[in-house]
Ligand binder design. Structure first.
Ligand code: FES
Length: 148
């Protein structure tokens, strides 16, 4: 027998072994538990509902109605109307960067130079600030306020 014949036979045998092994591996894994496992869904699981994104800012009952709550980190002022609507704004005054320090009578007050902002819109009521407090997107769910 020639070396070329042995070599061809060896290659064919190797190819056959590879094919048989591949088919056996495919058949073994096709019906395995891992192959039948469900892929991830957006439904609630053992870790809670899927919609839990955002940073917790405060429990809703800490934000007084017809008033507000000023958070230090991140610097956000939460306001809540008498009807329960919650708004969030940056707590950094756009005039010179002081942090607002009070929410009362429908206004958010800056202690540094007296600017006042609307609790529902963040718009300037009284200067020297010339622009309002930027709005922060939030979500209220399950009794708490989160960034969204
Ligand atoms: Fe707020 Fe000047 S920094 S009024």
């Amino acid at each position: 027998m020639s070396e070329a014949g042995l070599s061809r036979r060896a290659v064919l045998r190797g190819t056959l072994v590879t094919l048989v092994g591949g088919v056996a591996g495919y058949l073994a894994t096709r019906n395995s538990a891992a192959a039948k496992a469900r892929r991830g869904t957006t439904a609630a699981n053992a870790y809670g509902a899927a919609d839990q994104s955002g940073r917790l800012l405060a429990a809703l009952d800490k934000v007084p109605q017809d008033g507000g709550l000023i958070i230090s980190d991140p610097p956000i002022v939460l306001t809540r109307t008498v009807t329960g609507d919650v708004h969030a704004f940056s707590a950094v005054c756009p005039h010179q960067g002081c942090k607002v320090d009070r929410v009362s009578a429908g206004k958010i007050d800056c202690p540094c130079h007296g600017s006042q902002f609307d609790v529902n819109t963040g718009d300037v009521i009284t200067g020297p600030a010339t622009s309002g407090l930027p709005s922060i997107p939030i979500a209220v769910r399950e009794g708490s306020v989160y960034t969204s």
